[in-house]
Design a protein around this ligand. Sequence first.
Ligand code: MG
Length: 443
Amino acid sequence: MAYFGTNGVRGRFDELTPELALKLAQAIGTYFKGGKIILARDCRLTGEVLRATVAAGLASVGCEVVDLGMVSSPTAEFMIKKLAADACVIITASHNPPEWNAIKVVDGKGIAISRERGAEIEKNLAKPKLAEWNKVGLMLPYAFATEDHVVAIKKLVDAGQIAKRKPKIIVDCGNGTASVIAPKLLKELGCEIISLNSHPDGRFPGRPSEPSEANVQELLAAVKSLKADAGIAWDADGDRVVFVDEKGGYVIGDRVYALSILWKLKKTSGDVVTTVATSKAVEDVATRYGSKTRYTAIGAPYLCEEMVRKPAAIGGEEVGGVIWPELCLAKDGMLTAAKLAEALCEKSLSAWLKEIPVYFNVKLKLDTDTDAKKKAIVARVLAYAKKNKLAYVDVDGVRINLKNAWVIVRPSGTENYVRLFAEAKTQEEAQKLAKEYERIAKG
Ligand code: MG
């Protein structure tokens, strides 16, 4: 049985048990040859038990464990280079409900471990290399990671301008680990901060941890009624971020990414990396600045791998995770928030949003009952693209890039359907496109 998914090993407490966590930690430690491993966790109620177990597992195979305690995921990943670690293990289930948890692994270069590399780690499950009694690893706490991360971010934005403009920002940390850094960071930058759900609580009592529009209604209303310049909400481990403009309008993840590209490419040049599920608004902004867009399979590990394979100015995914390679390869919801504060010194968020093209989308599910049928659907769409000489990317399903529109068919990894997603300049065109490709897919 394979444990590693797209980004780590995930499960409820009766699936990702302490026993399994111990074995996985020993396998991970063996894979990294008993090196120096950073360990961090989010604020879930099972976090401390799993952290203690993973620490024991890593040290038992000779790893030196540097324990950062409860910090945001981008903070933990930022520390890899700073502490010259060989890897980083984060106990977090990101945006999932509170009863879930996960073990996420990032290597010494800052690249998240994919399903494929996870399979390599799992080979060690059968034969963990238990250390000699006098070579068992040390377990050392390190209490300054959040402070180090804040200092590093402040160097990457115009802190002087922000302190002068003092944007009023309402932060909604969703009771996740953004609580330990986001209000502090933005306050130190000179923003006026009002905080919602900003104490860590692993039951997520304030709102569900996914910062979807439905889940951040309180923030939308607060930005409007308190006349703030913007609102910011994170998922439970602080790598993903969404914005709210000064009119109370929700800014979805891929528009957050498109904005980030805009801010980055105004000052520097380079390619843009994103997943095949991302809005065309991203490519449109990149093209405006003469930058090439490189598409990857869905999942943070694939973004990181592509950015290491060939340099890029920025990387990001459709749900609001943005990688700023000048800092590290983590999706960093904290640096993205600081960049928003900087951008607000120039003009309002709604004025910035006018520079991002608007698209409409339609999502369909094509039901199938076997993997063979899923493959056949994807193959039919790919054959159609080739026959009609359409621009396509087939690293994860098939994405077809058309003028002012695109469509993707992609098999679900866990369930019996193929997703079909179409995006166009109007809702009618998106609907038409989705129907057209549904016919093609069904053959
Ligand atoms: Mg996350």
